[in-house]
Design a protein around this ligand. Structure first.
Ligand SMILES: Cc1ncc(COP(=O)(O)O)c(C=O)c1O
Length: 455
C-alpha cells in the first residue's frame, strides 16, 4: 500500500499550551486528495507502508524527501547551478515544461524542492516556492498578483519592512494601498475598492499580536474577487493553517520558527491551487530571489524538529506571559494565550497554540524597557524571532523603525513596547533572568533620567 501524507482527522490529546488541536479534525483541508507529487516523490521504503493519515509531527519528519535514485534518509545538498540534459530533445522538453529533470538552480533544484514540498505538505497547499528571505517571498507574491492600477488592503500590524514595501515601494509602480486594523472585520470591508485585488494580513501581527479572523476576512476577499494572502510566520503551519481557513496564499519568513536555529535567512510562498503555483513560479524565475541549496537543506533539517520545538516554545511562553502579567513592573502584556488578549477567542478558534511571541510594556515606559534590555543575561538582545534561543528587542527603534512614527502609532506600536521571542530553554532559567532584568527596569521609576548612562 502507498503512504498517504495526510493529517489525521482526529488529533485528540495533542495540544500546545492548553489550546485544542483542530487541524482537519472536521474533515478539513488535508482530508481531501493531496497533490500527486507528495505520494509520487516518496522513497520506495515509505511507499511500502500502510495507508494512514499522519499527524503533523510525523509529516515534519518525513515530508519532502525527493531523491528517487539512492533513497537517502535526508535530502542531499545539490550544490550545483546547472544540470546536464540527456539529449537535446530532453533539454527542449524540460524547457517546454514536459518530462522529468532539472534545468538550472534558479528554476528548480532537488534540495530546494525538498524544503518546498515539506512546507507545502504542512500548510496543505498545492505547492511552495522557496525564496531568499521572508521579504523576497512577500515581494514575489505581491509582485505576481498585483499590477499598476490595483489596490491592496493591508493590515496595519505587519512587520515594519512589509508596511514600507506595500505603502512606499509598491506605490512607485502604481499600486495603491489602504492600511486597516484587520482585527476589525468591518474596517476591512470598508477599505475594499473596486480595484482591490489582494488583502494582506499577518496574524498574529508583528509586534502587537493583533489577531485577524481569517475566515471572516477570506469571505470579504472572495466576495470582492480579491485574494487573501497571509503571513503565517509567527505561527508556523503547526499552529495555524491559513489555507484551511479560506486564505489563498501563505507566506513565511523561514528565518523564524520553520528553520528555528537562527542560521538561515529565507522565505516561502505556499499556494492553494496549481494555477497560482504556476503564476508564482514564473514570477520567481524572473524576479530571481530564490533560496540556495545549502540554506534549503538547513531549513528542511530544521523542520524535522518543528513539532517538539513549537510545543516547548508555547509552554514556555504561556508561563512567561502569565508571570509578566502578574508582575508589579508590567503595565500590560499581549499574548494570544492570555484571556486578556482582545481576540483570545478568535485565537482559540483558528490557532492550535498561542505561539511564543510576547509583547509588553513596562510601567516605567521606554526607559524601563531600555534598562531591562540592557540587563538581560540569558535572553539575547537581538532582532528576529522563532529560534531556539530567547531574544528580546525594542520594535520602535529596531524592527519597526523604518515605518516612521505615524505608521507605528496607527499600528499601536508604542515607544515602550518590548518584544520577547521565547525560546526552548528551561523556563525557570528564563524566568530568573527576566526577574532580575525587571528589577533593573524598576530603577527607571526611582531614578531621574539624568542618572541613566547613555548607550
Ligand atoms: C512576520 C514577519 N514576516 C516577514 C519577515 C521578513 O522575513 P525575513 O527577515 O526573512 O526577510 C519578518 C522578519 O522579522 C517577520 O517577522
Amino acid at each position: 500500500m502507498r503512504l498517504t501524507l495526510r493529517f489525521r482527522k482526529s488529533q485528540a490529546g495533542i495540544t500546545f499550551a492548553g489550546f485544542t488541536r483542530r487541524t482537519a479534525r472536521d474533515g478539513g483541508f488535508l482530508a481531501g486528495k493531496r497533490p500527486d507529487f507528495v505520494e509520487a516523490d516518496l522513497p520506495r521504503e515509505l511507499t511500502m507502508q500502510n495507508d494512514r493519515e499522519y499527524a503533523p509531527e510525523t509529516l515534519t519528519v518525513h515530508a519532502g524527501i525527493v531523491d528517487q535514485q539512492f533513497h537517502p534518509v535526508i535530502p542531499p545538498i545539490y550544490q550545483v547551478s546547472t544540470f546536464a540534459f540527456e539529449t537535446a530533445e530532453h533539454g527542449a522538453a524540460l524547457f517546454a515544461g514536459e518530462g522529468k529533470g532539472y534545468i538550472y538552480s534558479r528554476m528548480g533544484n532537488p534540495t530546494v524542492e525538498a524544503a518546498e514540498k515539506s512546507v507545502a505538505t504542512l500548510e496543505g497547499g498545492f505547492g511552495a516556492l522557496a525564496c531568499g528571505s521572508g521579504m523576497a517571498a512577500i515581494h514575489t507574491a505581491l509582485g505576481a498578483l498585483l499590477s499598476a492600477g490595483d489596490h491592496v488592503v493591508c493590515s496595519d500590524a505587519v512587520y515594519g519592512p512589509t508596511c514600507t514595501l506595500v505603502g512606499s515601494f509598491l506605490s512607485r509602480f502604481g499600486i495603491e494601498s489602504t492600511f486597516v486594523d484587520s482585527s476589525n472585520t468591518k474596517a476591512v470591508e470598508k477599505a475594499i475598492k473596486p480595484n482591490t485585488k489582494v488583502i494582506f494580513v499577518e496574524t498574529p501581527g508583528n509586534p502587537t499580536l493583533v489577531i485577524t479572523d481569517l475566515e471572516a476576512v477570506a469571505k470579504i476577499a472572495h466576495k470582492n474577487d480579491a485574494l487573501l494572502v497571509v503571513d503565517n510566520t509567527f505561527m508556523s503551519p503547526l499552529l495555524q493553517q491559513p489555507l484551511a481557513h479560506g486564505a489563498d496564499i501563505v507566506v513565511h519568513s523561514l528565518t523564524k520558527f520553520l528553520n528555528g536555529h537562527a542560521d538561515v535567512v529565507g522565505g516561502m510562498i505556499v499556494t492553494k491551487t496549481e494555477s497560482q503555483y504556476a503564476t508564482m513560479r514564473k514570477c520567481l524565475n524572473h524576479f530571481g530571489g530564490v533560496l540556495p541549496p545549502f540554506e534549503s537543506f538547513l531549513v528542511h533539517r530544521g523542520i524535522k524538529t518543528l513539532g517538539l520545538r513549537m510545543k516547548r516554545h508555547c509552554e514556555n511562553a504561556m508561563k512567561i506571559a502569565e508571570h509578566l502579567e502578574a508582575h508589579a513592573e508590567v503595565e500590560w502584556v499581549r499574548f494570544p494565550g492570555l484571556k486578556s488578549h482582545p481576540q483570545h477567542e478568535i485565537a482559540r478558534k483558528q490557532m492550535n497554540g498561542p505561539g511564543a511571541i510576547i509583547s509588553f510594556e513596562l510601567k516605567g515606559g521606554l526607559e524601563a524597557g531600555r534598562r531591562m534590555m540592557n540587563a538581560v543575561r540569558l535572553c539575547g538582545l537581538a532582532v528576529s524571532l522563532g529560534g531556539v534561543e530567547t531574544l528580546i528587542q525594542h520594535p520602535a527603534s529596531m524592527t519597526h523603525a523604518s515605518m516612521g512614527r505615524e505608521a507605528r502609532e496607527r499600528a499601536r506600536v508604542t515607544d515602550g513596547l518590548v518584544r520577547l521571542s521565547v525560546g526552548i530553554e528551561d523556563v525557570d532559567d528564563l524566568l530568573a533572568d527576566i526577574d532580575q532584568a525587571l528589577e533593573a527596569a524598576a530603577t527607571a521609576r526611582t531614578t531621574s533620567r539624568e542618572d541613566v548612562p547613555a548607550t
